[in-house]
Design a protein around this ligand. Structure first.
Ligand code: OOG
Ligand code: MG
Length: 256
């Protein structure tokens, strides 16, 4: 356990010091996914101990495009804190990140607790609202390269999120909505919400099941990020990166 704690400290320090580190599996080829989730929990606990507040959970690698981009073929989850919230329409200071990438997502806001195995209907009845969202991912590993245990330990590259306006989930069928990531007004990534496990709601169902394996629940008030619908876009200074989702509006941020 102590050696896992040491790895958690390495990752936490890398994030705070904005410094890439070698993949954990280079020195520990036998690192298991289960050990990696323990490292993630320890490293996020350090953030919470410093005063950050848990705001929800993110799913990652829930679309084919994302799996292909990073070469990891299994969905994973991570923890979100208030320190990751970025202002919609605001700026992202690139120097506060190692090598940030942005990706188009759908976010859920929960009004009821979800834990363990739930049906899509139960999951939907727990949703207060849905919003267009962009996630900022910033792998703490050199060259943004990792295997599944690395990325799990690294809180699935979680680093920031931008949220658009919330909508009543009953007012829009969000199973297959066009999603366009624009860079300075030009489409850079085009996809559909259906790319997220066939329906973003399935990602919420998975989040309830996977977090419960670690004794955790999705709580009322939590934000759940469904995962990128397309490959992520590496952010460059001077870019305004925005997301437009059919029938849901969008959100945007400028890289400085
Ligand atoms: C891992 C995190 C994946 C998503 O939405 O698929 C993720 C990564 O690509 O660095 O957040
Ligand atoms: Mg993501």
């Amino acid at each position: 356990m102590e050696d896992l704690e040491a790895l958690a400290v390495q990752l936490d320090d890398a994030q705070r010091e904005v410094r890439a580190i070698p993949q954990l599996t280079k020195n520990r080829p036998g690192l298991t996914t289960s050990e990696a989730y323990a490292i993630q929990a320890m490293s996020v606990a350090r953030r919470i101990a410093r005063g950050e507040v848990r705001i929800g959970v993110k799913m990652g690698l829930t679309s084919r495009a994302k799996m292909v981009q990073v070469g990891v073929n299994e969905a994973a989850w991570g923890r979100l804190t208030d320190a990751m919230l970025l202002e919609e329409g605001g700026t992202l200071s690139k120097s506060a990140f190692i090598h940030p990438r942005l990706e188009p997502e759908i976010a859920f806001l929960l009004k009821k607790r979800l834990k363990g195995k739930v049906s899509p209907v139960e999951a939907l009845s727990a949703v207060e609202a849905i919003a267009p969202a962009m996630e900022v991912i910033d792998s703490r590993f050199e060259n943004f390269k990792f295997a599944l245990p690395d990325v799990v330990a690294d809180n699935t590259s979680s680093s920031g999120l931008v949220l658009g306006a919330w909508h009543n989930p009953a007012s829009v069928d969000f199973s297959n909505l066009g999603m366009v990531l624009l860079v300075n007004g030009r489409p850079a990534q085009i996809g559909s919400s259906a790319a997220i496990l066939g329906h973003p709601l399935r990602s919420l169902v998975s989040a309830a099941r996977l977090t419960a394996e670690w004794g955790e629940a999705l709580e009322p008030g939590d934000i759940i990020m469904a995962g990128g619908a397309t490959a992520a876009h590496p952010a460059s200074v001077g870019e305004t990166i925005s997301l437009e989702v059919q029938n849901l509006g969008g959100c945007s941020i400028t890289v400085e």
